[in-house]
Design a protein around this ligand. Structure first.
Ligand code: CA
Length: 228
């Protein structure tokens, strides 16, 4: 059941939304004070955040920035005026989408679903054929990695991380996607853990870890495994 965090101080809006969203099969956590938003996010680890802009305690803008610095969780902003939209959705804040008040609940639900549909790695291969790209071959069944034909031993998390990257070679994977895929709900600590694993992986599979040709950094987004 997808988990949503709803940050909205207007009780009538929040309650109406929560009822509809629960009927649609979501688990909804609701906080009404901006100051409770980040602690609630840490506790709930929602799949998506619906965030009002004008809040007591801490503004939606500040919450959005803080969340973005720590997570790729999709964020839909609720804004009161069309004029705020550019600022909200622009790169400045990094929200994924917005609706302006008054909005139809149906429209908001449709947007939530659209975002959740594109968030997970739906095309993760289910078959057991080893994945291969850029001279790296990952065999999940035998738990083997070969780089240019030579066997490379990897600890479990590095193996999993490399497998996900190679299976999606050519595609940018966000930090959030990689963390979800590799660590899932076991993830503790900050997003530096991901970078540390990437750095270690590079020392094992790159000819020159300082100038990686396989695991490419996509600044501000995540990583991409070269597809040739
Ligand atoms: Ca408000």
């Amino acid at each position: 059941m997808p988990k949503l965090l709803l940050v909205e101080d207007e009780k009538s809006i929040a309650e109406g939304l929560a009822i509809t969203l629960e009927a649609e099969g979501f688990q909804v956590a609701w906080v009404k004070d901006g100051l409770d938003a980040i602690p609630a996010w840490e506790r709930v680890r929602p799949d998506l955040v619906v965030l009002d802009l004008m809040l007591p305690g801490m503004s939606g803008t500040e919450i959005c920035r803080t969340l973005r610095s720590r997570s790729d969780v999709p964020i839909i902003m609720l804004t009161a005026r069309e004029a705020e939209v550019d600022r909200v959705v622009g790169l400045e804040l990094g929200a994924d989408d917005y609706v302006t008040k008054p909005f139809s609940t149906r429209e908001l639900v449709a947007r939530i679903k659209a975002i959740l549909r594109r968030a997970p790695l739906v095309d993760a291969p289910l078959d057991e054929t080893p994945a291969e790209a850029s001279g790296v071959r990952v065999d999940r069944v035998r738990h083997e990695v070969r780089v240019d034909g030579r066997d490379v031993e990897l600890p479990p998390k590095e193996f999993e991380l490399l497998a996900v990257l190679v299976e999606h070679a050519g595609r940018v994977l966000t930090r959030g996607q990689l963390i979800d895929e590799v660590w899932g709900s076991d993830y503790v600590g900050d997003t530096k853990t991901l970078d540390v694993h990437i750095r270690r992986l590079r020392t094992r599979i790159e000819d020159d870890p300082q100038e990686p040709t396989r695991i490419k950094t996509v600044r501000g987004v995540g990583y991409r495994f070269a597809d040739r």
